[in-house]
Design a protein around this ligand. Structure first.
Ligand SMILES: [Cu+2]
Length: 164
């Protein structure tokens, strides 16, 4: 019993930041984007389309009243562009077409990430020199969504956004 109590105390400091840190009304967008990215990295066009549909829902479902004025403004300026690429990806079963849209989707989402809070965790912007395009990731490991299994580790982290 005493041991259990001690370990509980020891663990609280590790868990509390993620439990109590403020999350953003925009964070479902990033979460859905990561699912799209993972599906493309796995060369799975069907999963990418489904995930892009979820992303579109997340974009259209943002609770604007829950946003800080600065985040609200940044989101409004990019919402249509983000929705456009998401919709095209969700309606396509052609992975090369999805990857074309993923290029501008990633660029616009990175613009948003620089101006508004999307996550309590770092966001890594990765660069693919073969595609000359960027993508966003929640971890530093490179899993290339533009080439998938044919070039899984092509690319490098170009920018790291750390939450304030
Ligand atoms: Cu299209």
């Amino acid at each position: 019993m005493k041991k259990l109590f001690l370990s509980a105390i020891l663990f609280i400091p590790f868990f509390s930041p993620s439990v109590f840190a403020q999350s953003s009304a925009l964070s479902p967008i990033l979460t859905a984007y990561y699912q799209v990215k993972d599906a493309l990295a796995a060369d799975d066009a069907k999963a990418a389309a489904t995930a892009a549909g979820g992303l579109l829902k997340a974009i259209n479902g943002v609770d604007m009243t829950a946003l800080q004025p600065k985040d609200h403004q940044a989101f409004m300026a990019l919402q249509d562009k983000l929705a456009y690429d998401s919709r095209h990806m969700s309606e396509s079963s052609d992975i090369s077409h999805q990857r074309e849209h993923f290029t501008s989707l990633s660029a616009n989402l990175f613009k948003l990430a620089k101006q508004a809070r999307l996550s309590d965790q770092p966001i890594y912007e990765d660069y693919c020199p073969m595609k000359k395009a960027y993508w966003l990731s929640s971890d530093e490991t490179i899993k290339n969504p533009y080439f998938g299994s044919s070039m899984p580790t092509c690319g490098k982290v170009s920018t790291t956004l750390k939450p304030e």
